[in-house]
Design a protein around this ligand. Structure first.
Ligand SMILES: Cc1cc2nc3c(=O)[nH]c(=O)nc-3n(C[C@H](O)[C@H](O)[C@H](O)COP(=O)(O)O)c2cc1C
Length: 323
């Protein structure tokens, strides 16, 4: 009943476990499957993290390295050590799980991204999710340039990676509609709307930089819902919902807006793996109440292109003030 298709993969449920703490070891990955997840996205491999760990190790071995010509070799083998660790988890997940396993890559340089993705394809990953996270803090770079870079990046990734490919992005672009349509034209299979990025904060007693909560709250799903509603009828690629999806009801909203699936993280961190089965039960109960026997019966019913009231996706704020 809950079967859906995402990135060309058949999922038994639209509830996907997002890249994060629940997808970084085999024990919890198995729990995701047991609880009824449709797929899992492994915790990202971060180029920055690898480079920082490699540089710590280089420092620890400074004395030895200064007496040898092995510096470059040492750095590369340390890098390979971390990548191998990720590949082991991926290989094990593919062996032990029957649901699709999506590898997630977060890198700064294009070469690293493509290198990791190619290695993960060889380990049997079902798809690759690219965690694309540029911070456009340079005041002399216009929005059009930021958008152009995102599309250029996606194009190179598409040309090199043969697996189904999705882009996990944030919503702060000058024209999201243009970026999403651009990804679609390039042949990207899906976009995850939206990643919830690290939020900086300040501890006013210590007068220090601190980290905002990594967890979302259940009222944060609005932006994803809006953009899925606006764009799902316009593009071929799949738009998965992410951020603030804590209940089966919110998954139903995303599906009605046109998402084939949703990624969840905080809901599991806060409520445990059983929230996945609860979401599945609640979606099914809603489907029964409304006489739907498959997700395709109602997916996208309220997308802007399909609904007579599609204009409301853009204008609700005005209507409210006028009304
Ligand atoms: C502790 C923690 C670690 C995360 N690690 C990653 C990561 O490695 N890669 C990634 O793409 N997203 C990561 N995320 C983001 C989640 O995948 C997800 O996009 C975000 O939490 C929003 O979804 P939610 O509202 O269901 O939590 C992480 C989130 C949390 C809370």
């Amino acid at each position: 009943m809950l079967k859906t298709e995402y990135l060309g993969l058949e999922l038994k449920s639209p509830v996907i476990v997002a890249s994060g703490p629940m997808t970084q070891n085999i024990v919890s990955l198995k729990k995701c499957e047991e609880a009824g997840a449709g797929a899992v996205v492994l915790k990202s491999i971060f180029e920055e993290q690898i480079e920082s760990d490699v540089s710590t190790e280089m420092k620890a071995n400074e004395e030895f390295l200064s007496h040898s010509s092995a510096e470059g070799f040492f750095a590369q083998s340390s890098r390979d050590f971390y990548i191998d660790k990720y590949m082991k988890l991926l290989t094990m997940a593919k062996k032990e799980l029957s649901i699709p396993v999506i590898a997630s890559v977060s890198a700064k340089s294009m070469d690293a991204w493509i290198d990791y993705a190619e290695r993960f394809a060889a380990c049997g990953a079902d798809a690759i999710e690219l965690n694309y996270y540029p911070i456009s803090s340079q005041s002399d770079i216009p929005g059009s340039e930021v958008d152009r870079k995102a599309l250029e990046f996606a194009k190179v990734a598409r040309d090199k990676i043969k697996l189904p490919l999705s882009m996990k992005i944030g919503y702060k672009y000058s024209s999201l509609a243009n970026i999403i349509a651009g990804f679609d034209r390039i042949g990207i299979d899906g976009a995850v709307l939206f990643n919830r990025f690290f939020r900086p904060d300040i501890d006013i007693e210590k007068m220090e930089f601190s980290q905002g909560s990594p967890s979302s709250s259940p009222d944060e799903y609005g932006e994803a819902l809006r953009w899925i509603g606006l764009m799902s009828g316009e593009v071929k690629m799949d738009l998965a919902g992410n951020t603030g999806i804590h209940t089966g009801e919110t998954v139903v909203k995303m599906l009605l807006a046109g998402a084939p699936a949703c990624e969840i993280c905080t809901a599991i961190v806060k409520n445990g793996f059983s929230v996945i089965s609860k979401m599945n039960e609640d979606i099914e109960a809603w489907m029964k109440r409304h006489g739907f026997s498959s997700v395709n019966d109602f997916k996208g019913r309220l997308a802007q292109e399909k609904s007579e009231e599609g204009y409301k996706w853009e204008r609700t704020q005005f209507l409210k003030t006028i009304g």
